[in-house]
Design a protein around this ligand. Structure first.
Ligand code: NDP
Ligand code: OXD
Length: 310
């Protein structure tokens, strides 16, 4: 019996994954949206965003695999409970994210952005440096990506704090959890790295109340989701010189509109949602392994807890 898989995404990725699946799982029939002979045969869907009317069009859909680590773009609340939702646990995403965070922690720590601004006025002004271990990196979300990022900045010699919903233990990381411990975590964080998923609890969580609990002179790196940050609150704290820098990779509206003040702010670095991109080869292998698990009726890796929303 064949398993029918539908992929919705770019042609180049389709060609890559179709070949990978044909070699590894010849029993799978692969379709590239929107070219599908019999929609009722589709059991598995690999997508970033769901096609409109998918519930009526694909009545035998059993699993939705997200091509990204996040699943908020799938509008989980509208996905029926009997359909399993799986996030992407790609080692390529983990590597890309850890690199992006290490790069910007170092940029902030070594004042790269201040020197870029000083270049504009030909200002030769050395800024005193501090030891890495004196700089406290706060990883907001100690999950798959947060734990890897925490290890990477630890290896660079920084002090690391972490915050998560449930309690965690990580060697050399001061772990905090839950709302009650949030103020203590924030008060000890010089560079805040946001890596929580977007859920009703984390929407708007980076606001004037939380950001002003960071020490004066702190910076933020937001790689979670744009909707977690209140941009006006960030701009207020940057303009008051309470916060130093913000590196923002994700936005409420993407692409960030040209007229948005974040583009113009000299202490903000905007990147176009590229902190960690799904890597075709490693992610393709993750999908092959998971589809094999589905065929073998084994639990899927990266299954989303529908109550928690991530
Ligand atoms: P995980 O699900 O593995 O980890 C999420 C972490 O956030 C967990 O530690 C979890 O706590 C914590 N968390 C969730 N809700 C809360 C809450 N209300 N309060 C405190 N902590 C909370 O996710 P990943 O690490 O794989 O990915 C994180 C996010 O990164 C993605 O959802 C996506 O939005 C973003 N991302 C961005 C990319 C980019 O290019 N910018 C690329 C890839 C991902 P607990 O451990 O207790 O469950
Ligand atoms: C992801 C992303 O979730 O790219 O993987 O943001």
């Amino acid at each position: 019996m064949t398993t029918h898989v539908l992929f919705r995404g770019p042609q180049s990725r389709n060609d890559n994954w179709r070949t990978l699946f044909a070699d590894a799982l010849p029993g799978v029939t692969w379709y590239h949206w929107p070219n599908i002979e019999d929609k009722s045969a589709i059991e598995l869907m690999i997508v970033w965003k769901l096609p409109r009317d998918y519930q009526q069009d694909y009545p035998n859909l059993k699993v939705i695999f997200s091509v990204g680590a996040g699943v908020d773009q799938l509008d989980l609340a509208s996905v029926p409970e009997h359909i399993q939702v799986v996030r992407m646990l790609d080692p390529g995403i983990v590597k890309g994210m850890s690199e992006f965070i290490a790069m910007h922690v170092l940029n902030i720590h070594r004042d790269t952005f201040s020197y870029i601004n000083a270049n504009k006025t030909c200002t030769w002004q050395p800024i005193p440096t501090m030891e890495n271990k004196q700089r406290r990196i706060g990883v907001f979300g100690l999950g798959h990506l947060g734990q890897a990022a925490a290890k990477t900045v630890l290896e660079l010699g920084f002090s690391v704090n972490g915050w998560s919903r449930s309690p965690k233990k990580m060697e050399q990381v001061n772990c905090f959890s839950g709302e009650a411990e949030l103020p203590t975590f924030l008060a000890q964080t010089d560079i805040l790295v946001c890596l929580v998923p977007l859920t009703p609890d984390t929407r708007g969580i980076l606001n004037i109340h939380t950001l002003s609990q960071l020490p004066k002179g702190a910076s933020i790196i937001n790689v979670g989701r744009g909707e977690q940050l209140v941009p006006d609150d960030l701009l207020t704290l940057l303009n008051q010189q309470y916060l130093a820098y913000a590196v923002l990779d994700v936005f409420d509206i993407e692409p960030l509109p040209e007229t948005h003040p974040l583009w113009q702010h000299s202490n903000v670095v905007v990147t176009p949602h590229i902190a960690a991109i799904t890597q075709d080869n490693s992610a393709g292998q993750v999908l092959v392994n998971n589809v094999q698990r589905y065929i073998d009726r084994q639990p899927l890796a990266g299954l989303v807890d529908r109550k928690l929303g991530y």
